[in-house]
Design a binder for this molecule. Structure first.
Ligand code: ZN
Length: 377
């Protein structure tokens, strides 16, 4: 069995320290595969003065050149023939016109299945109770290939689904907003007395809560109900509610407590769903490593210092997403500082740099960082 497969089928998904050596071997295998099968990626690495042989120790991981997601959106690279792709997903492209595409082949899907099973067990996501779903996103259809739509739809199989109501209903040609449908589904779900799982972007969830509140609706959903939010606030960043306010509003309108509200972090180029802990922190699972980089020098910064979020995983076989540089500004903290009992380091997303900024990693990013650091003090 390859080291990569061993990593993705390990029993404990947060034992980072014990898996350092295994992660390194998996990363070496993954780099070797991509450089052998994707000449464009090999050329890119050597143009940055890096060769896979330089990765000898865990402390060398930062040397793998981090590739900005914007570059990957504009220059898709493949390490397998396209006919081997089982499915492809794409990002929504909300922050610009560039769209990321991510293809899965059988090898990637097998790794992903092991990882998802372990993560879902660790986070107690699987349930046998019949459940109703509210999906604050697109109804799956032929004309929607976004990763988010596919991922969220797969979550509606974590507990047996009785009914699914979508915020954006497929009309056959396009989508229509389905607010009334969501409201009446929730009222019906409360009467049925079954757990409800609400999935989607935090902004859409906030808008739903406000809509219910403005209509004078107060519900008491089943105590095993679950709210699963992902994708961040994106273009709604200025309208974001701080977590405590969002939790209070959820309790008031839906009768769902804070412990039943979960958030996950993921990216098309790094499709590892990182779910928050009881203290709502994103601990890094064993399948990934997180490096925070100075936006100007791109060198790693110390824990506690804000910088650009760099994600590494050996998950992908199809495309060389070995070390990707997101346009998120984040801070990494030691596992112990959380207090939930999970010893894996955790990160906090502070905001997002505009695409124009990340292209040049310009002074704008460092200005924003200075502001954020000042705000954090
Ligand atoms: Zn924690």
């Amino acid at each position: 069995m390859s080291n990569t497969l061993k990593l993705f089928y390990r029993r404990k998904p947060y034992n980072a320290a014990e898996t350092d050596a295994l992660f390194l071997r998996a990363k070496q295998e993954n780099l070797r595969h991509h450089t052998e099968k994707c000449p464009e990626y090999a050329a890119l690495l050597s143009s940055r003065g890096f060769s896979p042989e330089q990765l000898r120790d865990s402390s060398d991981l930062y040397k793998i050149p981090p590739i900005p997601t914007l570059y990957l959106k504009r220059h898709p690279m493949y390490s397998v023939p396209k006919k081997r792709l089982l499915m492809s997903t794409s990002s929504s492209g909300t922050s610009g016109n560039a769209v990321s595409v991510n293809g899965f082949d059988l090898t990637t899907a097998i790794r992903g299945a092991g990882m998802l099973a372990r993560l879902m067990l660790a986070h107690k996501m699987l349930s046998l109770r019949p459940t109703n779903y509210i999906v604050l996103g697109y109804e799956p259809s032929r004309h929607n290939k976004t990763a988010v739509a596919k991922f969220v739809y797969s979550i509606t199989f974590t507990a047996p689904g009785i009914h699914r109501e979508y915020a954006l209903r497929d009309t056959g040609q396009s989508y229509e907003l389905n607010i009334d449908g969501l409201v009446s589904a929730l009222v019906k779900y409360e009467k049925q007395g079954l757990p409800v799982r609400i999935l989607g972007l935090p902004a859409y969830f906030k808008f739903l809560l406000e809509e219910l509140k403005s209509r004078g609706i107060r519900l008491k959903l089943h105590p095993k109900s679950l709210v699963l939010l992902g994708g961040g606030w994106k273009q709604f960043f200025t309208e974001r509610l701080e977590k405590p306010e969002l939790y209070a509003l959820t309790q008031e309108v839906l009768g769902i407590g804070e412990t039943r509200i979960k958030e996950y972090f993921s990216a098309v180029e790094h499709p590892v769903p990182i779910e928050d802990c009881a203290n709502h922190h994103f601990h890094v699972p064993i399948y990934s490593r997180v490096i925070i980089r100075d936006p100007v020098t791109l060198l790693p910064v110390a824990d506690g210092t804000p910088g650009l979020l760099n994600l590494l995983t050996p998950l992908m076989n199809t495309m060389p997403f070995t070390s990707i540089l997101t346009d998120d500004l984040a801070v990494l903290h030691s596992g112990q500082s959380c207090g939930c009992g999970n010893a894996a380091p955790w990160f906090e997303v502070l905001g997002r740099v505009g695409l124009a900024d990340i292209k040049t990693c310009s002074a704008d990013a460092s200005e924003l960082l200075t502001d954020l650091s000042a705000g954090a003090k």
